[in-house]
Write a protein of this length. Structure first.
Length: 318
C-alpha cells in the first residue's frame, strides 16, 4: 500500500507537468501560439532561463561531503548515460540516416533539462536542483560529441564548451567553489537585486519549457505515430531500459539516496527536445522527431512515476 501511495504522489507531480504541457498544446491548436512564438519561447528557455537555474542551483552549502556526493553523482550519471547509448547502437541500423539519426538520438538522450530538472525539483525538493545542474555538464559533453555525430554532424570543441548549460554551470560552479559573496563559510550570496532577478527567471524553468513542449506536440500526427513500431522500440529503450540500467547498476555503490533517485529520474525522462532541434539543423526527418518526442512523452506518464518510486523505495527515501 505504501508503494501505491508513493506512486500516486509522484504521478501527481508528473500530471502537473502534463497540465502545463496541455496549456501549450491547446494554445497551439487554437492558433494562439504559433511556430515563431514557440521558437522565441524556446530561445528564452534555452539561453536565459537555463543559465539562471544553473547559477541558482549552486547557491548551496559547500562542504567536503557535498563535493564528494556531486562528484559521485556526475560519474554515475555519465556512466549510466554511456551504457544507455551503447545499448541503443544495434537498433535502427537498417533505417536511412534521416530517420536513423532521430531514432537513435531520441532513444539515447533524455529531456533532462526541460523535463528532468523540473521533475527532480518537484519530487525531491529544490535542494535536489543541483543534481540536475551537474548532470547537464555530462549531458552536454555527450550530446555535442556523440549525439551530434549520431545525427550526422561534426563534433566541435566550441559547441561542447560554449553552450547555455555549460556557461551557466561554469558561473555557478565558480561562485560555489570560490565562495564569493559569502556571508558565512560554505555559502555564497549574490547581491539581492541580482539574486532576485536570477531567481525570477529561474522560476520559469518549469512552466515555460512544458508549454513549449506542448506546442511542439500539437504539430505531430499522433494517429500515424501510434502505428509506427519503431517508436515502441524507442520507447522500450528510452523509458524502460535506460532507467533500469541506473536503477540496478548503481544500487551496489550505495550513493547518497537523493543523488541515486535523481540519477534514476534523469535517466527515465522521454527524448530530449534537442532531438527535434538537431534534426531541423541537420536536415533530418523532423516529422519523425516530433512524433518520437510526443508519443514517448505521453507514455512516460506511467513509466516515470514507476521508476521514481522504485528509486525512492530502494534508496530508503520513501
Amino acid at each position: 500500500m505504501e508503494f501505491i501511495g508513493n506512486f500516486f504522489v509522484v504521478a501527481s507531480q508528473v500530471v502537473t507537468l502534463f497540465l502545463l504541457i496541455g496549456v501549450g498544446f491547446v494554445l497551439a491548436k487554437l492558433g494562439a501560439l504559433r511556430p515563431d512564438g514557440v521558437s522565441q519561447m524556446s530561445i528564452l528557455a534555452l539561453y536565459v532561463v537555463t543559465p539562471c537555474i544553473m547559477i541558482r542551483s549552486f547557491e548551496t552549502e559547500r562542504t567536503p561531503e557535498m563535493l564528494q556526493i556531486l562528484l559521485g553523482f556526475f560519474v554515475a550519471y555519465a556512466v549510466c548515460t554511456i551504457l544507455g547509448i551503447l545499448v541503443v547502437q544495434p537498433f535502427f541500423r537498417r533505417e536511412p540516416l534521416d530517420q536513423r539519426g532521430p531514432l537513435k538520438f531520441g532513444s539515447s538522450y533524455g529531456n533532462n533539462g526541460f523535463m528532468g530538472l523540473p521533475l527532480v525539483i518537484s519530487v525531491l525538493g529544490p535542494e535536489a536542483a543541483i543534481f540536475g545542474t551537474v548532470s547537464a555538464v555530462a549531458f552536454n559533453l555527450l550530446l555535442w560529441t556523440q549525439g551530434l555525430k549520431t545525427m550526422g554532424g561534426r563534433m566541435g570543441p566550441r559547441a561542447v564548451l560554449v553552450n547555455p548549460a555549460t556557461v551557466g554551470t561554469a558561473v555557478g560552479l565558480t561562485l560555489f567553489l570560490t565562495g564569493w559573496w559569502q556571508p558565512s563559510p560554505g555559502h555564497f550570496y549574490l547581491p539581492s537585486t541580482i539574486n532576485n532577478a536570477i531567481s525570477f527567471l529561474a522560476d520559469l524553468n518549469t512552466p515555460l519549457p512544458m508549454i513549449v513542449l506542448g506546442a511542439q506536440m500539437a504539430g505531430a500526427d499522433m494517429k500515424a505515430s501510434l502505428t509506427d513500431r519503431r517508436l515502441y522500440v524507442a520507447a522500450a529503450l528510452r523509458l524502460v531500459v535506460a532507467p533500469l540500467i541506473a536503477l540496478v547498476a548503481l544500487l551496489p555503490f550505495h550513493l547518497d539516496p537523493m543523488a541515486y533517485c535523481a540519477c534514476v529520474i534523469l535517466c527515465a525522462v522521454p527524448p530530449a527536445g534537442a532531438t527535434g532541434m538537431l534534426a531541423q539543423r541537420m536536415g533530418r526527418d523532423t516529422a519523425l522527431s516530433a512524433q518520437l518526442i510526443s508519443v514517448l512523452t505521453l507514455m512516460s506518464v506511467v513509466t516515470l512515476p514507476l521508476f521514481a518510486v522504485l528509486a525512492q523505495s530502494l534508496s530508503g527515501l520513501a
